[in-house]
Design a protein around this ligand. Structure first.
Ligand SMILES: Cc1ncc(COP(=O)(O)O)c(C=O)c1O
Length: 390
């Protein structure tokens, strides 16, 4: 029986740098000691206090169907948090709770793109983006940000492909580059959206992980609240990756339609998960800073190690839990380097090519192992790079 083109075409095109990741997993399963700096999963687990809130809620009976748009009290807490941090008036009617940011990425594109519409996104990109846009029926078109611009996208290059497109997806703080978009970058992007009548989908799941500069939500820029859909998540900010809880913030009329979509797809998020999310958000910024602190520390460790050599470059690591290393001086592609590093040093990283050709010759390092092991891994990565450089 033939399956739909929609589902069989999800992973069409693009380089598959995931080989190194799967190889590392096999080596680990075979008992080898591999240092894994691959995926964006914290080395801590969801805190006991949050799990207790989840347990209390479930024991208290919150195990039936929950409200599809989200529990009102959680929608209120998310709305207040956004209004406080961005200055944009936001109420529960601007918020829908989703099963994580990934679901929000899919739903927002469903909301704004018809089948065959062009959906723009920026490379290097989070690995699921092209497939997510295809799943929503859109045709993904990628605009490359450049290493020489520290991966800040150029508004002029987005404008060149914007005519006729429906939406633009951006992500700051960025996975995989660790770059935080500057105000100038975001203002340029906002102008392109307004000039070309584009919806902006702003993936802000790393908004609590900013090491330098500030996180600016483009929804707060003049004229943008009515055309911006913000994707938020508890995964990275509260180490709740497995709880699958996030949100979409946007205009009321879009949220109303998104609730129709959720009614026919996810039917909402479990009530006890939502209660745990509400509890976590009510702990305020202190808990967010506690979860973010190890990455800030490791970023400083990496900067100190990398400052002592000039074979491996570092794209300014201003946010998120990743470093983007420039290994072009070694003459190797990201894939060749990552393969060699795994084979010789038992260190697993992600080749830049997994995130689009814009990151060719680069390597993404997730700062997700403890400080000493991380320092050891980076020191060995640098010596490997020096050893293989002609
Ligand atoms: C940029 C970006 N967006 C969205 C997600 C999805 O996060 P979740 O679905 O866990 O909220 C991730 C996860 O790694 C990500 O890196």
């Amino acid at each position: 029986m033939k399956l739909s083109d929609r589902i069989t075409g999800l992973n069409a095109g693009g380089s598959d740098g995931w080989g190194v990741f799967y190889k590392a997993r096999e080596m680990k399963a075979a008992g080898e000691a591999v240092l894994e700096l691959t995926i964006g999963e914290h080395d801590i687990r969801t805190s006991d206090a949050i799990l207790e809130a989840m347990y209390r809620s479930a024991l208290g009976g919150h195990t039936g169907y929950a409200m599809v748009p989200g529990v009102n009290s959680l929608r209120d807490v998310v709305a207040e948090r956004i209004a406080e941090r961005t200055g944009v008036p936001t109420t529960r009617n601007n918020i829908m709770i989703t099963p994580g940011g990934q679901s929000a990425l899919f739903s927002t594109h469903c909301a704004v793109c018809d089948t065959g519409d062009t959906a723009l996104f920026i490379a290097p990109y989070y690995a699921t983006y092209p497939g997510t846009l295809r799943a929503a029926g859109a045709v993904p078109v990628c605009v490359d940000a450049r290493a020489e611009d520290a991966f800040q996208p150029r508004a002029g290059e987005i404008a060149a492909v914007a005519p006729g497109a429906k939406s633009l997806l951006i992500n700051s703080p960025n996975n995989p580059t660790g770059v935080v978009y500057s105000r100038a970058t975001l203002e340029g992007i906002a102008s392109v959206c307004m000039d070309n009548d584009l919806w902006l989908i702003s993936d802000e799941v790393y908004d609590t992980q900013v090491w330098k500069g500030e996180h600016i939500s483009p929804r707060a820029l003049p004229g943008m609240a009515e055309r911006t859909l913000v994707v938020g998540s508890m995964s990275k900010s509260h180490a709740m990756t497995g709880s699958r809880v996030g949100w979409i913030a946007g205009p009321e009329e879009v949220i109303a339609r998104l609730i129709d979509l959720a009614t026919t797809t996810t039917y909402g998020v479990p009530g006890f998960i939502q209660d745990a999310a509400e509890f976590a958000l009510l702990q305020g910024p202190d808990l967010e800073e506690e979860v973010a602190a190890p990455f800030r520390r490791r970023r400083d460790i990496a900067r100190a190690i990398l400052a002592k050599q000039n074979t491996v470059g570092l794209i300014p690591a201003d946010g998120a839990m990743y470093l983007m290393l420039d290994i072009r001086a070694t003459g190797k592609s990201g894939e060749e380097f990552a393969e060699g590093l795994l084979a010789e040093e038992r260190i697993a990283t992600m080749p830049g090519e997994s995130f689009g050709t814009a990151a060719a010759g680069h390597l993404r390092v997730a700062m997700t192992i403890d400080d000493d092991a991380f320092a050891d891994a980076l020191t060995r990565l640098v010596s490997y790079a020096e050893r293989i450089t002609p």
